[in-house]
Design a protein around this ligand. Structure first.
Ligand SMILES: [Zn+2]
Length: 245
């Protein structure tokens, strides 16, 4: 058996029939012969099911909103995403709750995909409308995560749990790939993400004022601010720019 197991992203793409024919054949052959990857494929299918059932109904109305709302990202269920993809290490940020010591750095990673290309998004990189983005987080050993963002149009978003009122309990305290992907709209300007990790759930309402204050500072503040003054045990942040293709 090929010692190189299939990545989660490739398994997703295979399940969604989003691979080129030859890759699909190779991946399927590996899957048929590898119990490890079959088990992983089952886990991912369960995650997709969860995402579809629990997230899509809430995001569907957003997809129908008019362009005036367009600076928010749109989530697509994995069934609409062609293999999403790559890994971006976000800059770990020191925790603001010293009593909650965190072993190892918290991190937020982005995977982006455009056409047939997948690449690691770099801090500050320009992304284009239609780019698909996924997240991977390392909660630094903490059980709860809330991923929020603010962009240059003043939009404040909750990406995980999507539109949620509070942090979600992660399935593991290790690295977690957030199911589903978002597709960037055609709004322009900077967007900064914050992954907030904690021992107890954080309410979005407790975080929103800090995000709105940051939004009020405009594009430069969004580019410069790397930490939110909120009671998270650990934070990671990432900035990208939304530009024209
Ligand atoms: Zn395998």
């Amino acid at each position: 058996m090929n010692p190189a197991h299939l990545s989660s992203l490739k398994l997703d793409a295979l399940a969604l029939d989003a691979l080129p024919a030859r890759e699909r054949t190779d991946a399927q052959a590996h899957l048929d012969a590898c119990a490890t990857c079959r088990a992983r494929a089952g886990e991912l299918a369960a995650l997709r099911s969860h995402f579809t059932v629990n997230v899509l109904p809430r995001t569907a109305p957003a997809l129908r909103r008019p362009p005036a709302w367009a600076s928010a990202w749109r989530w697509w269920v994995p069934a609409l995403a062609t293999a999403a993809v790559l890994l971006l290490m976000l800059r770990p940020v020191a925790g603001v709750e010293p009593e909650f010591g965190v072993k190892g750095g918290a991190a937020l990673q982005l995977y982006a995909h455009r056409d047939a290309r997948t690449w690691k998004v770099e801090e500050g990189e320009a992304l284009s409308p239609g780019d698909q983005v996924r997240f991977r987080v390392d909660p630094g050993g903490l059980p709860y995560a809330l991923v929020v963002s603010v962009d240059g149009a003043g939009q404040v978003n909750t990406y995980h749990p999507y539109g949620g009122a509070r942090s979600a309990l992660l399935p593991t305290r290790g690295v977690v790939e957030i199911p589903g992907s978002i597709v960037l709209d055609d709004a322009r300007g900077p967007e900064r993400l914050f992954a907030l990790f904690s021992r107890e759930p954080l309410a979005f309402d407790a975080v929103a004022p800090a995000l709105k204050e940051l939004a009020a500072g405009g594009a430069d503040a969004i580019r410069d601010r790397t930490r939110l003054p909120v009671p998270a045990g650990a934070q990671a942040t990432f900035l990208f720019e939304k530009t024209s293709p």
